[in-house]
Design a protein around this ligand. Structure first.
Ligand code: CNA
Length: 404
């Protein structure tokens, strides 16, 4: 984890170093004074929940909580490359639901676009795979999709790329595509980073950028997946960091210039935009993301709340996965054996340099990188008796036991 990941919240009597106060108005003044022109934004699943895409870890509506009741050996198996090799169907069922084109960007996505249109966005680091930032208009070269996305596809064996139109067809039909090279014939998947795979090189090439930022916005993430979770800790001391999230996460709130805007992301960005005098512009920009043929059903039917919509979405999603999951006893057996063998292999592997340390990239702060790869001793101890902890060990970019 990052250096200040579990640091205590700053004492309220400690004055900020850079801002006038730890408030949204002070952040807006800092922006309006022209002191924030290299803004780094870090986002997660929470910025897309109001679009109808469930996050992973929210206790009731999160995908993991709902996948737990299904017959998967463990919820993350859907995104586990070893499991995928054996049974790609659950992933393709989810992909059918999550594939870009079905959802509209949220006003939070538009806010990132607005930052760019004002020439303030240095980089957006997103953990999301839904491509909604792109759909909101943020240029691709300003986005680091740290966990990959549905934007490109390739064979998991020979790595050759796979055409978008054929992937769309496969996802639409819930079929499993294979490599077009007849000599290979390997399974193909979107270039989403699965547990057990390397993060894209763009992440390592850009991860020093938070150091250069003059403002950092962290939105809609539990900051529980490494190495992404360490990014905010790379911001220089005195750089204001604003967290817009349902809950306090990571080390946000531990520095004198940290501002916590706890609550809904969309409400938070509206508040910030209003304080900057940009609200109307933001609403106009977001309005343009609405599909032209979207029926105005709001007048005819009582409006559903965000949670109701999300619950419906999650229910439909889990029903679909449930239907397509045909896990046999043999598959369970395979997985159990595989996990045991994999754990032994990993114990061997751990004696060698870790896969998360790219050879070419310079570490930003050596101690941060090192600590981001450290396994909590509690997890390591539990790993001998609990298979999900074993997986936390096997897949080093989860360093925290997921809440199922
Ligand atoms: P997470 O661990 O599920 O955490 C989401 C966070 O957002 C939590 O802290 C929630 O409290 C918070 N949150 C949820 N809804 C809102 C809201 N409306 N307003 C404010 N806060 C909210 O998700 P992370 O992104 O932190 O975890 C990283 C995973 C999730 C990545 O590997 C992603 O690929 C993966 N994921 C992505 C998507 C997507 O692309 N939309 C969906 C689900 C999961």
């Amino acid at each position: 984890m990052g250096q200040d990941q579990s640091a205590p919240l700053i004492d309220e009597n400690t004055p900020p170093q850079t801002l006038d106060a730890r408030t949204v108005d002070a952040v807006a003044k800092y922006i309006k004074d022209g002191r924030a022109w290299r803004v780094v934004v870090m986002t997660g699943a929470g910025i897309s929940t109001s679009a109808g895409i469930p996050d992973f870890r929210s206790p009731d509506t999160g995908l993991y909580a709902n996948l737990a009741r299904l017959n998967l050996p463990y919820a993350e198996a859907v995104f586990d490359i070893s499991y995928f090799r054996n049974n790609p169907l659950p992933f393709y069922t989810l992909a059918h639901e999550l594939y870009p084109g079905k959802y509209r960007p949220t006003i939070t996505h538009s806010f990132v676009n607005l930052l760019d249109k004002k020439g303030l966005l240095l980089k957006l680091f997103t953990q999301n795979i839904d491509c909604l930032e792109r759909e909101a208009g943020v240029p691709g070269d300003l986005i680091v999709e740290a966990h990959g996305s549905f934007a490109t596809h390739s064979c998991i064996e020979c790595k050759s790329s796979f055409p978008e139109d054929l992937m769309q067809k496969a996802v639409r039909e819930k079929s499993v595509p294979h490599c077009l090279d007849k000599n290979c014939g390997g399974l193909v998947k979107p270039d989403i980073v699965f547990f057990g795979e390397q993060l894209p090189s763009a992440f390592f090439a850009n991860r020093q950028l938070p150091q250069e930022a003059d403002l950092c916005l962290v939105m809609g993430t539990s900051l529980s997946v490494q190495p992404f979770a360490s990014l905010p800790s790379f911001c220089a001391d005195g750089t204001p960091r604003v967290l817009i999230n349902q809950e306090q996460v990571g080390g946000l709130g531990s520095r004198p210039d940290d501002v916590l805007l706890l609550g809904d992301c969309d409400a938070g960005v509206r508040k910030l935009a209003e304080a900057c005098g940009w609200l109307e512009e933001l609403e106009d920009m977001w309005a343009k993301t609405a599909p032209e043929d979207e029926p105005d059903t709001d007048k005819e039917q009582p409006k559903k709340t965000r949670d109701e919509k999300l619950e419906e979405e999650v229910d439909q999603l889990t029903r679909e996965v449930e239907e397509s999951l045909k896990l046999s006893e043999a598959q369970h057996q395979w997985l159990e054996n595989h996990v045991g063998t994999k754990f032994e292999q990993i114990q061997e592997e751990e004696k060698k340099p870790g896969p998360m340390q790219p050879a070419t990239a310079e570490p930003v702060k050596k101690e941060d990188i090192e600590s981001s790869r450290r396994v909590d001793p509690k997890d390591a101890a539990a790993a001998t008796s609990d298979s999900s902890s074993v997986l936390a060990h096997v897949f080093p970019h989860i360093n925290k036991k997921p809440s199922l």
